[in-house]
Design a protein around this ligand. Structure first.
Ligand code: ZN
Ligand code: ZN
Ligand code: ZN
Length: 407
């Protein structure tokens, strides 16, 4: 037995309960003393302390583990640290630097990668399982309420600098059930594989491996591809989608329609708001009256109010939209009983709270503004019960926080 005192240096992650239970001689069962440690053998983030028995007749050396050891013989803490690292969105280099500064032992990169791979597989199968359960639940609840099966869909890309960076190497997407709010399906597209690139860089043939490169097209075209394969996956699980809420990317919808003729699309509330704001900003370039900071948000609120308050009927959405132009131009005839217009309560001292100086709009050639309203009126049916991809966006955000930029 090599005797060394390295075990006295630095810190360890120790499970006190395990230590308390194991500090007995394996042969004569007398309590052991930590200062009788002869040697320490580290494996991953745990270690075995080799402690010699105080009993002069025994002097047996016992292997005392510093924490729980799993069936495969590796310390639980090792897997825990790798899981924690993935959760926190850190890479090997960061965790190594962190542990080094704490004077804690650091495991090798290869050992770390081995664990990461193993845990990754477990994560994937847990994810699949969870999605399948969510699909069944979504289907059951929708059927109970005699509703169609609705999901929201959105894709995200890694390495997003400003807006969408379509050069990113990986993209992911999710479908979230309207009734359950749970992720019913997800998918990933990756243009890069570190293993392939390593060998390709050396101009070698790439040995067979568990490759994560599954996309050779453009980053932008990942979105429709993921939408289609996810819709098929749900279909294959007898959980066919009737309605999809998505942003207004028409390519995805067109491609989906090729395989799923009867699939209906609903616009997403956020993207509709953004679309209206964009059109109004465009208009404001020609019409000074729309320039003051408060005007566009006010008109946008009028739009969204008309759409969301009367969300169930096309006719009511139409009426709601028809009210906007007269109202902002001081004609309240159509405002009638709506509670957001207070003109009827006090016609004499009525003021527009959100327009400059409380005054109505006057410019007659704001006709284009009417055209914008007409455009939305013509698609009133897709504005009914607007969906929301907010849950997907929040999911994308979680994914981004867990994906280290460089490992
Ligand atoms: Zn003993
Ligand atoms: Zn590969
Ligand atoms: Zn009014």
């Amino acid at each position: 037995m090599v005797i060394d005192s390295n075990w006295q240096v630095g810190r360890r992650i120790v499970e006190l309960g395990v230590l308390a239970e194991k500090m007995y001689c394996c042969r004569c069962n007398v309590p052991l003393y930590l200062h009788d440690t002869l040697h320490e053998r580290t494996t991953g983030f745990g270690s075995y302390l080799q402690i010699i028995c105080t009993n002069q007749e025994c002097r047996t050396v016992t292997d005392v583990p510093t924490g729980k050891v799993g069936r495969t013989g590796s310390f639980d803490i090792t897997a825990k640290i790798v899981i924690g690292m993935i959760h926190a969105g850190l890479g090997y280099a960061q965790i190594r630097n962190f542990l080094t500064e704490c004077n804690l032992p650091v495991m090798s990169k290869s050992c770390f990668q081995k664990h990461e791979k193993k845990i990754g597989k477990i994560f994937v199968s847990a994810g699949e399982e969870s999605c399948k359960n969510a699909q069944q639940l979504e289907k059951e609840i929708s059927a109970d309420k005699e509703l169609e099966l609705e999901v929201s869909f959105d894709a995200g890309w890694q390495k997003r600098d400003s807006g969408f960076n379509y050069n990113s190497l990986t993209g992911h997407a999710s479908m979230i059930g309207k009734q359950t709010g749970k992720v019913t399906c997800y998918d990933i597209r990756s243009k890069s594989c570190k293993f392939c690139e390593h060998h390709e860089g050396k101009k070698e043939t790439v040995p067979s491996h568990d490759c994560c490169r599954n996309w050779y097209g453009s980053s932008k075209s990942m979105e429709p591809d993921m939408a289609i394969s996810m819709a098929h996956k749900m279909n294959d699980n007898e959980c066919a989608i009737d309605v999809i809420h998505a942003d207004n990317d028409s390519t995805t919808m067109l491609k989906l329609k090729l395989d799923f003729e009867n699939l209906k699309k609903k616009d997403d509330q956020n993207h509709t708001t953004m679309g209206i704001t964009k059109s109004l900003i465009e208009l404001s370039k020609r019409h000074k009256e729309l320039k003051p900071g408060e005007v566009i948000p006010y008109l946008n609120r009028c739009f969204m109010y008309a759409i969301t308050q009367n969300s169930s009927s096309e006719l009511q959405i139409d009426e709601g939209l028809s009210r906007i132009v007269p109202h902002v131009f001081e004609d309240h005839e159509l405002c009638g009983a709506v509670d957001w217009c207070t003109f009827k309560d006090d016609p004499i001292s009525f003021k527009y709270k959100s327009l400059p100086n409380g005054k109505p709009l006057i410019s007659e050639d704001l006709r284009r503004f009417r055209n914008l309203i007409e455009k939305y009126k013509s698609k009133a049916s897709s504005l009914r019960n607007l969906g929301s991809t907010q849950a997907n966006e929040s999911f994308n955000h979680s994914v981004a926080t867990k994906a280290p930029k460089s490992k």
